[in-house]
Design a protein around this ligand. Structure first.
Ligand code: BTN
Length: 279
């Protein structure tokens, strides 16, 4: 007699329907992250739409989600490349009680949340590459774009935009094929975007609550635990300048602290990091 065994593979979803907000909210259990979810089949940029909603008073935790973006933005004025219905492209509005100089702590929360969600749901070893990229096996799987609006000296709202390559074939895009990866590529099968975004939103909720309670040191520790840059030899291109050294830590403002070969310590505020493997 032949026995048919059905293997339960919760993340192997070939025909998942779109990113229905009702499905994302179902059983989510969050009070902040994802309390309102706006889904757009096509958006210019979810960050732009989220900022518009925030200016009209949208509550913190509101999520703007798109299947495709016509003007997806990356850091340093770059374009964010994606394919329709394949990835996670979303922005979250926050209204944290922080100074502008503490903005990096909000980016840190998003980085930690993405890494933890990928590790928990897919058992992939994701890590954080300063300042705000998520890497798997030496390639970029996700990027974060954090933007803020000030009211006088105070932070009015922050929009954290997340672009995560899920079921995306990066090999057909020459601009990113060498440097980017996707969860599909790393796992070898399609991934449920619903399960993944739920997991990310749960982690965002947990770490944002920690931030609200002032647990900045705990957040910093988690970030450092998952950092793939610290204690490594790095080369950083920052506003046309090249800096080399050992990445030691990050300071409270999110600047990367490197020590060069003469033992001088330098603060790097922004830039692109290359990890040096051979020397
Ligand atoms: C980067 O790595 O340069 C950051 C990329 C951030 C992309 C996301 S996709 C959703 C949100 N909307 C945007 O226009 N950008 C962010």
């Amino acid at each position: 007699m032949t026995k048919f065994i059905t293997l339960f593979k919760p993340h192997r979803k070939k025909h998942e329907k779109g990113l229905d907000p009702a499905l994302i909210k179902k059983g989510l259990g969050n009070r902040i992250a994802g309390r309102n979810i706006h889904h757009y089949p096509v958006a210019d940029s979810t960050n732009t739409i989220a900022a518009g909603l925030a200016k009209k008073g949208a509550e913190e935790g509101t999520v703007v989600l798109a299947d495709v973006q016509t003007a997806g933005r990356g850091r340093l004025g770059r374009e964010w490349i994606s394919a329709s219905g394949k990835n996670l492209l979303f922005s979250i509005i926050f209204r944290p009680d922080i100074k502008q100089s503490e903005l990096f702590s909000v980016t840190m929360i998003a980085s930690i949340a993405i890494v933890k969600a990928i590790r928990k749901t897919l058992h992939l070893k994701a890590g954080i590459k300063w300042p705000n990229d998520i890497y798997i096996n030496g390639k970029k799987a996700a990027g974060i774009l954090t933007e803020l609006e000030l009211k006088g000296d105070l932070v009015d709202f922050v929009v954290v935009g997340i672009g995560l390559n899920v079921n995306f074939d990066t090999s057909i895009y020459p601009d990113i094929s060498d440097t980017a990866t996707s969860l599909l590529k790393e796992k070898g099968h399609e991934i449920s975007r619903i399960i993944l975004i739920k997991s990310i939103l749960r982690e965002v909720e947990k770490w944002y609550r920690a931030l609200k309670k002032g647990k900045k040191e705990g957040i910093r520790k988690q970030w450092l635990k998952h950092s793939i840059v610290t204690d490594r030899k790095v080369k950083i291109i920052s506003s046309g300048n090249e800096e080399e050294g050992i990445a030691c830590s990050i300071d409270d403002d999110g600047a990367l602290i490197i020590v060069d070969e003469k033992g001088n310590s330098k603060r790097i505020l922004s830039g692109d990091v290359t990890l040096r493997f051979n020397d």
